[in-house]
Design a protein around this ligand. Structure first.
Ligand code: GDG
Length: 749
């Protein structure tokens, strides 16, 4: 696409989004061709692939730097993804990116393989640029939005964001290792960085050891209590905020790699590569960014010694090394390139023949197809990192090998070693051990190769990048702490929206007015709810409704509503709107479907402990709250599969530990629309806690207000901690209306 028009002001977008991803680089690069043509090029990485569907479907935006200095771009949409570019000057790049990020944090976090440089002006640039990213993210986030910040360049953003926007749910993922305390403690700004990260609700790491290192640093430098993955951070008002620090090993889009590998032209290219190399018996392959963490020199040394002592010959074995250009203006990288190229040159000078090259060395970036062809051609993949957060190359090699052949030699210092245990694991510092591992890989019998690769592939395909991002976001939005009390922005919005005009106050019951309990019939609203509802019922121009997924008789039983509360049950299939009777209509075909549904679910539930059936007027619910997670999953899967064949027209709805099937499609959104028509309200206030309440939030418009109870991704504009806050909120609405009624209208208002 063509570039968005440059805007003279800040790139901050007026539009806001419920999901904001923040990373140093955007998933698109700004490019200027030789003829001066400007364009945006998508740079497809695992992260984009993982987040793309989510970004498209869930109203998301990506905030980051577009890869060119000193240019200001307005927000734009590329390939269905909203983009909010952050401007960086050439000086920012030098000090914040090349300096503090890549020459202070990167070497420090990778076990000081190279000595980190500490410069105060770099730190100042890091703070300044992090603030810019935080401001852009805050401007792009809608009320209560989820913000996911990525990587070591942006460690101060979570705290800055929290201060600017306490309503946000904030996650951070660190793609590189987090060092042990003895090393971390060298950082002059060690406390500021920890504080920056602790602004997040969830901090994700690649390995359990990284999360442990982080928690220990927090304990030692701040003395905050930590238990397991939880860290209790003292807040201003004496209330602790719980932060979770946990490992979420990143992965790749394994299927897309296999799909590429299966293409005939890619396989043909793999054959061609082998032929061009002189048909050696064994191709060894290394693919890395040219970086001192990757152990490229150790690999070359081991291979050189194998040639020298005659264990392998250049006719039989070739090492292909792709070292893609990286951070070419950072001092240690310039020196490393010289060292590697000197070593490669020496070795080739000593051992190559006219027909066979010892090391086929390439300092280029290649298209992904070429990388996949190289993986396919390689008999042995060498991943010899001295320290690596994960190492995606290892996983890509495994994903590509649909023939189940090939041997992965993997450093135990790469995060991937935690999962890929069937690789040949090595310590790259132990050159003799590395040589022995290479020889073992070259000679490994086919049966053993297939057995290992099969197990490796299962790991990589079961835990792909979609599973990774889903698991991170689930933990973030379900587990993230929402503080008790009424946030100021909510109070202000309540005043704006609810104090005048006719108002419908529609409330979900379970999880909103009443805490969730094991036995649904025991659910009761928290103290103070009844009085607060009564105050609203006594107001002029206010109607109150309960909106529930429960059957209406059950809702009546547990909520014991005052007689003028409007009721809708079974997601709007049953209503009682100023009538003595419950209204419901089902045709005979629907009644028959209901019978079949009951038979199927009873059979499944009978076989799975901890599950039970709840009958509803137009459907049935399969509850799994008391089952083990595996049993719950299996029961739900059976129900979905069997019913999708027997009764394909059913409406299926998933809630917390419950799967509901209905013969009549209706949602809480339908219920709310009906209530709005019935009451003719100017404004609607809706509060709910569950996935099914999202349908109601979805039908709210301008002049309405949605309140999500508890954590979790939501379309609602505001959230509170739990049912305890709801009577307070209802009381505030009554207060605001009382106050508005007492204040005479202002002239001209
Ligand atoms: C950081 C962490 C963590 C490389 N050369 C070419 C090319 N690549 C691709 C590879 C792979 C990616 O770049 C490199 O990922 P790695 O994981 O191996 O390493 P880092 O770049 O250091 O990444 C690391 C990762 O973040 C994710 O969290 O695993 O530990 O250091 O996908 O295939 N791709 C193409 N041409 C090349 O020449 N197309």
């Amino acid at each position: 696409m063509s570039p968005a028009a440059e805007s003279p002001q800040s790139a901050g977008s007026a539009q806001t989004y419920s999901l904001v991803v923040v990373s140093n680089r955007l998933p698109v690069d700004f490019e200027v061709a030789d003829d001066g043509t400007e364009s945006w090029r998508t740079s497809p990485g695992g992260l984009v692939t993982a987040l793309e569907p989510l970004m498209r479907s869930s109203d998301g935006v990506w905030v980051g730097w577009p890869g060119v200095a000193d240019r200001t771009f307005g927000p734009f949409v590329n390939d269905g993804i909203s983009i909010a570019p952050v401007r960086l000057s050439a000086a920012d790049l030098e000090d914040y990116y090349e300096g503090f990020s890549n020459d202070t944090i990167w070497p420090l976090y990778h076990d000081v393989i190279a000595p980190p440089s500490f410069h105060r002006e770099w730190w100042e640039a890091y703070v300044r640029v992090n603030r810019r990213f935080a401001e852009e993210a805050a401007a792009a986030a809608s009320p209560g939005a989820t913000v996911w910040v990525h990587d070591y360049q942006l460690q101060l953003v979570p705290r800055m964001l929290r201060e600017a926007r306490p309503d946000l749910v904030i996650g951070f993922f660190n793609h590189i290792p987090f060092p042990p305390d003895g090393i971390y403690a060298q950082l002059p700004w060690r406390k500021q960085i920890l504080d920056g990260l602790l602004g997040a609700d969830l901090i994700g790491f690649q390995r359990a050891a990284d999360a442990g290192n982080f928690s220990r640093a927090v304990r030692r430098l701040y003395g905050y209590p930590t238990r397991g993955v939880a860290i209790d951070v003292p807040g201003h008002n004496g209330v602790h905020r719980r932060v979770i620090a946990k490992h979420f090993p990143i992965s790749i889009d394994a299927r897309s790699y296999e799909e590429l590998a299966r293409r005939p032209e890619v396989q043909e290219r793999a054959r061609q590569i082998r032929e061009d190399l002189g048909n050696p018996k064994t191709i060894l392959l290394g693919v890395d960014r040219l970086d001192y963490t990757k152990g490229i020199l150790h690999r070359i040394k081991a291979f050189g010694e194998l040639l020298e002592d005659g264990s392998v010959s250049v006719e039989d074995v070739t090492l292909v090394q792709v070292a893609s250009p990286s951070r070419e203006r950072v001092g240690p990288y310039i020196a490393l390139r010289d060292e590697i190229e000197l070593a490669v040159g020496r070795l080739n000078g000593d051992y190559s023949t006219i027909s066979h090259t010892a090391i086929s060395y390439h300092h280029h970036g290649y298209p992904r197809e070429e990388m996949v062809a190289l993986y396919l051609a390689a008999d042995v993949m060498l991943v010899t990192a001295l320290r690596d957060g994960m190492n995606l190359v290892a996983k890509e090699y495994v994903a590509v090998r649909f023939d189940r052949d090939g041997v992965l030699v993997l450093s135990e210092f790469a995060g991937a070693a935690d999962e890929l245990k069937q690789a040949v694991l090595i310590n790259p510092h132990d050159i003799d051990g590395l040589k022995a591992a290479i020889l073992r890989a070259i000679a490994m019998p086919r049966q053993e190769r297939l057995r290992r690769m099969r197990a490796l592939r299962r790991k990589v395909f079961d835990n792909d990048v979609a599973a990774w991002s889903a698991s991170f976001l689930r933990t973030l939005t379900e587990g993230a702490a929402v503080r008790p009390g009424i946030p100021d922005p909510l109070a202000a919005a309540l005043r704006d929206v609810t104090s005048t005009g006719t108002l419908l106050v529609a409330l979900d019951f379970d999880g909103t007015l009443a805490p969730h309990v094991d036995n649904p019939e025991d659910a009761r609203a928290v103290d103070g709810t009844r009085d607060a509802v009564q105050r609203l019922l006594d107001q002029d121009g206010v109607r109150v409704a309960f909106v529930s997924g429960r059957a209406l008789v059950s809702l009546q039983h547990v909520s014991q509503p005052q007689s003028d509360v409007l009721l809708t049950g079974s997601h709007g299939i049953e209503v009682q709107l100023d009538t003595p009777e419950i209204e419901l209509d089902l045709v005979s075909a629907e009644l028959e479907q209901l019978d079949t549904l009951a038979q199927v679910l009873e059979r499944i539930s009978g076989g799975v402990a901890g599950t039970w059936i709840e009958r509803k007027p137009a459907g049935l619910a399969l509850h799994t709250r008391l089952a083990t997670p595996q049993a719950a999953q299996s029961a739900q899967k059976q129900a979905r599969e069997q019913l999708s064949v027997l009764l394909p027209g059913l409406t299926v709805r998933e809630g917390k530990n419950v799967l509901e099937f209905a013969v009549r499609a209706s949602t809480k959104g339908d219920a709310l629309e009906r209530l709005r028509r019935h009451t003719g309200a100017d404004h609607v206030f809706y509060a709910g806690d569950d996935l099914t309440d999202e349908d109601a939030f979805a039908v709210l418009g301008e002049g309405d207000l949605g309140l999500k109870i508890g954590a979790g991704a939501s379309l609602a504009g505001y959230r509170v901690h739990g049912p305890e806050e709801v009577p307070l909120v209802l009381g505030m609405i009554a207060d605001f209306r009382d106050a508005a009624a007492e204040t005479p209208p202002q002239p001209g208002a």
